[in-house]
Write a protein that binds this ligand. Structure first.
Ligand code: FAD
Length: 317
């Protein structure tokens, strides 16, 4: 791995953003690519009709490690995050992706770029779409840091004839998310219901509109349980939205439904993590970070991205 080349980071979620910010602050050149329309990954806020907005991925994050606490304190002081619902819960403001965007501020970030291939070029890497079209104007990268969920990272590594030991062991639970707006009474602030019964259709319910920085409307986000999500993984989104809305009505008083939609997260929550802060193969110039390393939390993904950046910097020291 050359010590002064540009580093490509695939994935603009919290892990990729944490790695990118740390490397940038240490004077390294980074390019971040994400297949989505905007940074954030699973820290996401989706727009519905009539200005409705739903935090349809991560609902909140906690902060227990001093490094992440310092980051969250800074975000809170600058209005990028706010406490929500007590018990060390924080959210991005005005949307969940705000902290990720803040970390990436001023960096070279390219969204709408789905990396399909890693192409070895001497000691460097070049990136291409699945059909072989060059990405980043064919630029050469001294290292590639993968921060997409492990199945997507593995596919890229396999295609390049590479491997990172431990990565294949990571397993994720899927999650169907219901986004609903209705004319009934708003739910009380904070998480309304967390149900650990594995047979329940709905595992989590929260009023979305009352979160700090949101629009105050009667919007609700409900996550289906891992078991229900797995059993209905390949069902259509409209059908899932209808059935989850029916299940929700049995739990909370709903008025007339103005909007309902469902989103499928194929890789939502890590069920089995690597158990190391990150994976790094300096000779190949390849690394992996994300919640797949330490577990299913925003904070763990942030710390994993930070750890990978530190490994890269230590290698270059
Ligand atoms: C429904 C749901 C609820 C959750 N609730 C909570 C919660 O309450 N609290 C909590 O702490 N955590 C929660 N989480 C987990 C949390 O969101 C994740 O742990 C964290 O956001 C993972 O960050 P990451 O950077 O590792 O991955 P991601 O956020 O998934 O980022 C990976 C990025 O890689 C991009 N990508 C993938 N493939 C490619 C490719 N080929 N080319 C380019 N880009 C690519 C994706 O577009 C994505 O932006 C929840 C997650 C979900 C889905």
């Amino acid at each position: 791995m050359s010590r002064d080349g540009t580093i490509a980071i695939i994935g603009a979620g919290i892990a990729g953003a944490a790695a990118a910010r740390r490397l940038y602050e240490a004077g390294r050149r980074v390019t971040v690519l994400d297949k989505g329309r905007a940074p954030g990954g699973r820290m996401a806020t989706r727009r519905g009709p009539d200005g409705l907005r739903f935090d349809h991925g991560a609902q909140y994050f906690t902060a227990r490690d001093p490094r992440f606490i310092a980051r969250v304190d800074d975000w809170t002081a600058r209005g990028v995050a706010a406490p929500w619902g007590g018990a060390d819960r924080h959210i991005g403001t005005p949307g969940m992706a705000a902290p990720v965007r803040d970390l990436l501020d001023g960096l070279d970030v390219r969204c709408g770029r789905a990396v399909g291939r890693l192409v070895r070029d001497g000691r460097d890497w070049r990136l291409a779409e699945a059909d072989g079209t060059a990405l980043s104007d064919g630029a050469a990268f001294s290292a590639v840091l993968l921060t997409c969920p492990s199945p997507q990272s593995l596919a890229l590594l396999d295609g390049a004839g590479q491997a990172l030991p431990g990565l294949a062991e990571v397993a994720y639970a899927a999650c169907w998310t219901l986004m609903l707006a209705h004319d009934g009474p708003p739910l009380p602030g904070g998480p309304f219901r967390e149900d650990r019964d594995p047979t329940a259709a709905i595992a989590w319910i929260a009023g979305n509109g009352d979160k700090p920085g949101r629009d105050g409307s009667g919007t609700i986000v409900a996550h289906a349980s891992p078991a229900w999500s797995r059993a209905n993984l390949e069902c259509g989104a409209d059908d899932v939205a209808e059935r989850l809305a029916t299940a929700l009505r049995a739990i909370v008083p709903l008025g007339e439904i103005r909007h309902r939609a469902a989103h499928r997260w194929r890789y939502a929550a890590v069920e089995r993590a690597v158990g190391e802060a990150c994976l790094f193969a300096p000779d190949a110039g390849l690394g992996f970070a994300g919640d797949g390393c330490l577990g299913p939390r925003v904070e763990f993904a942030y710390l994993s991205g930070l750890a990978l950046a530190e490994r890269v910097l230590a290698e270059a020291a």
